[in-house]
Design a protein around this ligand. Structure first.
Ligand code: PMP
Ligand code: GLN
Length: 383
């Protein structure tokens, strides 16, 4: 269809992983860990397969998984959801995002997004026939954040919802309560829905806490919260995600997802249910280990003369390609695998305003210390 033409061809993540495979470069591009998730989760999924859980799950997800998700939201944030009416399991956060945008937007509706934005948002908005209205995230000397006035100015008569990703890919910003209060105020004032993508909710560092928008005053009833097991349990290939919110918003997601995939990986849902109830200590260790690996990468990059931007959460740190003599991060990322043996993602690929992200490059630190050390040595020689 004409509205999807701009999205044909492989995504930037696929393109860069293929380039890593072709060149044998250290792949700090696509965000996936090179280690497995908690052994007990893997065992629970294996046991589910051996125990005959190999047919369709219920369309809204295994009851045991929905109960586990509800338990986590309550224990971690004091936010309550009814597992039967206020929750749906999806094929990763990706499907939840797609189903939410298709299910909640009329053609011609406008959706406020923060720029840069995860690649699937623009594609799913095009599927829904809706328009993205970007609000820039700019470096304020400490981290990437938005100007509340720009957010307010983005609201127009056709605005339907605000789509917010926190912790944020690729900037690494974890929005704090004050920033979220601006989003909440705009949503309440203009009666907008909020859709939040919280897939990195447990991957925050230096004691920074993830704050769910749904927990702010007047927001539970207008917020659809999306997350997934991929990042939390180092299982990005399992594609088990979910959406929680008031029944009418969840109903909109379920309506679409039951005809997109109907259900996703029954035994994997059983594994994730086990992990959410029994493996959160493992996640705590993952967080500490990721913080150490972030520091290893950042120190190495800085020693090589690269300017980096602080990452409070996620798998990613951004650097300024101008430190390596490139004004264009995309050219830098195309050159790097061949000349230095490292693969990175040009942040520009995730920017609506290409100029704003031209010099930025995203590196993933969810990789082994060996691989990160290799990458740092190579970049040091290249600098
Ligand atoms: N949102 C963001 C911000 C992401 O970085 C990713 C990639 N993991 C996703 C959504 C997709 O999540 P999933 O793999 O669960 O579909
Ligand atoms: N979320 C991953 C990233 O940002 C990519 C997932 C994908 O390739 N679709 O690197």
């Amino acid at each position: 269809a004409a509205r999807l033409r701009a999205f044909s061809g492989p995504t930037i993540f696929t393109e860069m992983t293929l380039l890593a495979q072709r060149t044998g470069a250290a792949n700090l591009g696509q965000g996936f860990p090179d280690g497995d998730g908690p052994p007990a989760m893997l065992a629970a999924a294996r046991a589910a397969i051996d125990g005959g859980m190999n047919q369709y799950p219920p369309a809204n997800g295994l009851a045991v998984l929905r109960a586990a998700i509800a338990g986590r939201r309550r224990a971690d944030h004091g936010i309550d959801y009814d597992p039967d009416r206020e929750m749906v399991v999806t094929a990763g956060a990706t499907e939840a995002i797609a189903a939410a945008l298709i299910g909640l937007c009329e053609p011609g509706d406008e959706v406020i997004v923060f720029d840069p934005l995860y690649d699937s948002y623009a594609a799913c908005l095009a599927m829904a026939g809706a328009t993205a209205v970007p609000v820039p995230l700019e470096f304020d000397g400490t981290r990437f954040t938005f100007d509340p006035d720009r957010l307010r100015a983005a609201v127009r008569p056709r605005t339907r919802l605000v789509l917010l990703n926190t912790p944020h890919n690729p900037t690494g910003t974890v929005f704090d309560r004050a920033e979220l209060a601006h989003v909440a105020e705009v949503c309440r004032e203009h009666d907008l829905i909020a859709v939040t993508d919280e897939v990195y909710e447990y991957l925050t560092y230096d004691g920074v806490a993830h704050v769910p928008l749904a927990g702010l005053p007047g927001m539970w009833e207008r917020t659809l919260t999306i997350s997934s097991a991929g990042k939390t349990f180092s299982a990005t290939g399992w594609k088990v995600g979910w959406a929680c919110g008031p029944a009418p918003l969840v109903e909109a997601v379920r309506t679409v997802k039951q005809f997109l995939t109907f259900g996703t990986g029954t035994p994997l849902q059983a594994g994730v249910a086990h992990a959410l109830t029994h493996c959160m200590d493992w996640v705590g260790e993952l967080r500490e280990s990721l913080q150490r690996r972030r520091d290893l990468l950042v120190k190495g990059l800085n020693a090589a003369g690269a300017r980096t931007y602080p990452a409070q959460g996620t798998y990613f740190v951004q650097l300024d390609a101008r430190s390596f003599g490139f004004t264009d991060g995309a050219r830098f990322c195309r050159t790097l695998p061949h000349d230095a043996g490292v693969v990175a993602i040009p942040s520009m690929a995730l920017y609506a305003d290409k100029e704003a992200g031209r010099h930025l490059v995203r590196l993933a630190f969810c990789k082994s210390e060996e691989l990160l050390t290799t990458a740092v040595e190579r970049l040091g020689r290249y600098a």
